[in-house]
Design a protein around this ligand. Structure first.
Ligand code: DC
Length: 213
């Protein structure tokens, strides 16, 4: 059977990462969090005291990215959130990261989560899911994560940040975030991770059956 590619897109804190990891384990597929690529590029730009809006500098960092950059413990700070959103809006940065993302699925298939997986990176993915949730619920989740990291932020600040990043991700010219026409849209505002997983696994199993036929 042809290896499966499962594309999971959606805004920040919609539950994509949790769902993608569980699907990868359940269906025995490698998993790639593509947001980490943009975060690692942003981290490298900040480390070199460059300006994230500088397309030349950011593209250079994207081309120099190594797997070690993806394992850094300091990729999920508010500073990196903002810089990642900026570098992700730059078309040459996105282009520099495309081959790695496509190559990742290789011969084994993969689960990838991000903003443009079902639309640009794998437009022919076997399963496309687009997760959404109300901004209030997503802010509540992200705030809890930040508190657990020891951050001093407020719920209001987290929500304002999420709204600004979603707007930037949705309205940028390069690969704007939107559901693919053939994506299954799952609203996770009022369902927990187990229910989201059950719904998604049913969709993947149905797709698997049609691949076997
Ligand atoms: O999912 P995340 O919050 O870790 O993503 C970090 C940033 O990268 C966010 O602003 C959206 C952007 N991103 C993107 O543009 N395309 C992707 N495939 C993944 C993330």
């Amino acid at each position: 059977m042809k290896p499966m590619v499962i594309a999971i897109d959606g805004p920040a804190a919609s539950g994509k990462g949790t769902l993608a990891r569980r699907l990868a384990v359940a269906f025995n597929l490698p998993y790639l969090d593509t947001g980490l690529l943009y975060r690692a590029v942003a981290r490298r730009v900040l480390d070199h005291c460059a300006d994230p809006t500088d397309a030349g500098a950011a593209t250079e960092e994207a081309r120099s990215l190594t797997r070690i950059d993806l394992d850094r413990a300091d990729l999920r700070t508010s500073e990196v959130d903002r810089a990642a959103s900026i570098v992700a809006s730059l078309a040459p940065v996105r282009a520099a990261l495309l081959d790695f993302q496509r190559g990742f699925a290789g011969t084994k298939g993969a689960v990838l989560d991000g903003r443009d997986i079902g639309t640009i990176v794998f437009p022919n993915a076997d399963v496309k899911l687009f997760l959404t949730a109300s901004v209030q619920e997503r802010a509540r989740r992200r705030y809890a994560e930040r508190l657990a990291q020891g951050s001093q932020t407020t719920l209001e600040a987290v929500q304002a940040d999420l709204e600004a990043r979603d707007e930037a991700d949705r309205t940028r010219n390069a690969a704007p975030m939107h559901p693919a026409l053939d994506a299954h849209v799952l609203d996770t505002s009022t369902i927990d991770a187990d229910h989201a997983f059950a719904a998604a696994a049913a969709i993947v199993n149905a797709a698997k059956k049609s691949l076997i036929r």
